[in-house]
Ligand binder design. Structure first.
Ligand SMILES: CCCCCCCC/C=C\CCCCCCCC(=O)N[C@@H](Cc1ccccc1)C(=O)O
Ligand SMILES: [Zn+2]
Ligand SMILES: [Zn+2]
Length: 512
């Protein structure tokens, strides 16, 4: 048998070499022939007659909008008086909208707004532009470069809570409609403007009621656009150009309360194990055992493939061959929070409460874990994984709230709704690439799933890595140039939505 060893070894080496040669050939051919998904429509120029400038009047309206402190604190707890003042301000700021016979305005759920702008062609399915009136609370007020509700303009930036989340899209879409109607233009396709007042606490009393009202009316919506992922500049590894990330789905949520009850008593006579200690070990296990990488199984793979041809060579080879290199890309993505969130279900320990006094042993301890569920996983799978990792019967798990990952909206060249979005984006951001992805956070669109199968989450402004921590954080701001792009994006989207949405099905074309 040993005399055959050289022969066996030779066969193994030859087999390995042949496999390597075949793999290398496939990788090289795919890298060189991978398709491009980009288009190049005519660019929107500041010299165009229908360009909407961020002039003094429009900037004043936007900075005034920022000054309304429409904070949402927790579910059902907001700032009603500020919301009423903001709603009144909107009414006064857009006279053409609020006096047009084409526009029906409804206050829904006491503070949310639903506008219907009647189109001239009732045969075309309406669409919806969504945003929200509320903002998150302020933290570290003294550390802001400008007062957080001032709307102060400094060095070309407008500062304030809500400037990128999401009063920019609320005011920007209203400016676009005001501009169109004031020029005597009636859109062909009916559109809704839907502004919830409690998005930051889950939209249960705002967007949910808007969704219910439209459902009760039997309304079907061709296309919904809400806040979402931005035009990332320097956000995606391996891509030097800006990348407009259009979220075609959003992660699910499951907020899990972990609870431990144990012996209480006097601090001078503690038992070996305490409720706090047991729970601390449990949450440590969850942090030390992240959920498995799902990279390459969902929309995140498309996100890379749609920009593969524009990547630097090493990344272009990886993105063109995810069938082989997904594990390597997953390893790279796992290194940063904002990219890791695309690779797996995330685990965020967001609260830990226990104890009432320094010399009293806490009889119970509670913690909350905020999981954002990868589109290819389920709530049940996430809970089962947690139970296995914690592996301690003393730790009770209770689901505080959950939402499965959203359906995946149509995208790619065969999707007329994605295409109109892509074309509009490339008119406003001519040097940007467009790619489908998914939202790592959640939006009011969770309340609109039964209204439309084409739901997109996209923020029409350029975001750099230094802007990420401003989201819900310190020194939230938007550049004047970006706000100008927001207004013109919505204007061109409305104009483009008036053209037939061609659906390529089995060789013939229908209009939506
Ligand atoms: C590979 C490329 C990496 C690029 C990273 C890009 C990161 C994304 C950048 C911006 C994301 C914008 C998110 C806008 C929507 C967030 C809105 C929000 O905060 N929603 C709340 C809703 C909610 C959910 C549950 C309870 C209360 C409120 C949320 O998700 O927490
Ligand atoms: Zn928001
Ligand atoms: Zn937010």
């Amino acid at each position: 048998m040993w005399t055959n060893l050289p022969r066996v070894l030779t066969l193994v080496v030859r087999g390995f070499a042949l496999t390597l040669a075949v793999l290398t050939t496939v990788v090289v051919i795919r890298t060189l022939t991978f398709p491009s998904y980009q288009t190049s429509p005519p660019e929107c120029k500041t010299t165009d007659p229908d360009f909407i400038p961020a002039d003094e009047e429009r900037l004043a309206r936007f900075t005034s909008a920022i000054q309304f402190q429409t904070v949402s604190y927790e579910r059902g707890v907001g700032t009603p008086q500020e919301l009423l003042k903001f709603v009144r301000f909107i009414q006064e700021s857009f006279p053409t909208i609020h006096s047009s016979p084409l526009v029906r305005r409804e206050v829904v759920g006491n503070y949310s707004l639903l506008y219907r702008v009647e189109g001239s062609d009732g045969s075309l399915e309406p669409y919806m532009l969504a945003s929200h009136l509320d903002v998150v609370p302020i933290t570290q007020e003294a550390s802001w470069e400008a007062p957080p509700f001032s709307g102060q303009v400094r060095d070309g930036y407008i500062y304030g809570r809500g400037t990128i989340d999401a009063k920019h899209s609320l005011m920007g879409s209203l400016e676009a409609v005001e501009f169109l109607l004031s020029r005597g233009h009636q859109p062909k396709r009916t559109l809704y403007l839907a502004f919830g007042h409690d998005e930051e606490t889950g939209g249960h009393f705002g967007a949910k009621v808007i969704g219910d009202v439209l459902t009760e009316r039997g309304e079907k919506i061709a296309f919904i656009l809400d806040e979402g992922t931005p035009v990332g500049d320097g956000l995606m590894p391996g891509v030097s150009k800006p990348v407009a990330m259009v979220s075609v789905s959003e992660k699910g949520i499951v907020d899990v309360k972990l609870k431990v009850q144990a012996e209480g008593g006097h601090g001078s006579m503690p038992a070996r194990k305490s409720a706090i200690g047991i729970l601390a070990r449990a949450v440590q296990k969850l942090e030390d055992n992240p959920h498995p990488s799902m990279f390459g199984t969902g929309p995140e793979a498309r996100m890379l493939e749609y920009v593969a041809t524009e990547m630097t060579l090493p990344y272009r080879m990886l993105a063109s061959n995810l069938w082989l290199f997904s594990p390597l890309v997953a390893w790279v993505y796992a290194k940063k929070p904002q990219t890791n969130a695309f690779a797996r279900t995330t685990t965020a320990l967001t609260s830990f409460t226990a104890g009432v006094k320094d010399n009293v042993i806490a009889p119970e301890a509670e913690a909350v874990v905020d999981h954002r569920i990868h589109p290819m996983q389920t709530v049940e799978e996430v809970l089962e994984f947690d139970r296995k990792v914690i592996d301690d019967a003393r730790v009770m798990l209770e689901v505080k709230g959950s939402l499965p990952p959203s359906p995946v909206s149509p995208h790619g060249k065969d999707s007329p709704t994605y295409t109109v979005l892509q074309e509009t984006i490339q008119q406003i951001f001519p040097d940007a690439l467009v790619t489908p992805t998914f939202m790592v956070a959640n939006t009011d669109t969770r309340h609109y799933w039964n209204l439309s199968s084409a739901i997109y989450r996209f923020n029409p402004y350029v975001m750099t890595p230094s802007d990420l921590p401003r989201f819900h954080g310190l020194n939230e701001r938007i550049s004047v140039r970006n706000y100008e792009r927001v207004m013109n994006f919505y204007y061109h989207l409305i104009v483009n939505m008036d053209k037939p949405l061609e659906v390529k099905r089995h060789g013939h074309e229908d209009e939506l």
